[in-house]
Design a protein. Structure first.
Length: 143
């Protein structure tokens, strides 16, 4: 697991809460989406991205999916690695890979499309060059 996490430019750990389990006796599918959101925001923080919605151009989630691979139960801790996998003119794509400490394995993959959004004019915008530069710096490669 630790070896796999080395390929991610941002990693967070979250404890599994007992109340996150559902009637099926494993963590509810919606919780993985929240975990992905927490990891994505930590990645944005590393980018220096303003999440206050006061800047004219900000990030907005355009799309996401989650592949559930292995059920998680309490007690456990989840490590979530985040990396940018592609950049386009108005968006970038990140993947969040989630790993169980208890089982030492991957449990889910959450994929996201992050769109540059002009909050003043309420429309998509070109991806700021500063974002591209910071992503390239974090990922150690040029996009």
């Amino acid at each position: 697991m630790q070896e796999l996490l080395k390929e991610f430019s941002s990693v967070i750990e979250l404890p599994v809460q007992w109340g996150e389990m559902d009637a099926a006796k494993h963590v509810n599918n919606s919780v993985y989406i929240r975990w992905g959101e927490s990891a994505r925001i930590a990645y944005f923080d590393k980018m220096g991205l303003d999440n206050s919605f006061t800047e004219q151009i900000g990030a907005i989630l355009g799309w996401q999916d989650c592949k559930y691979i292995f059920p998680v139960t309490y007690p456990d801790t989840i490590s979530i690695g985040v990396k940018t996998v592609e950049i386009k003119a108005d968006r970038f794509f990140v993947e969040c890979h989630m790993f169980s400490h208890r089982h030492q394995r991957i449990v889910a993959i959450n994929k996201n499309s992050i769109i540059a959004y002009d909050y003043h004019n309420l429309k998509k915008a070109a991806l700021p060059q500063g974002w591209i530069n910071k992503i390239s710096e974090l990922e150690g490669k040029t996009f």
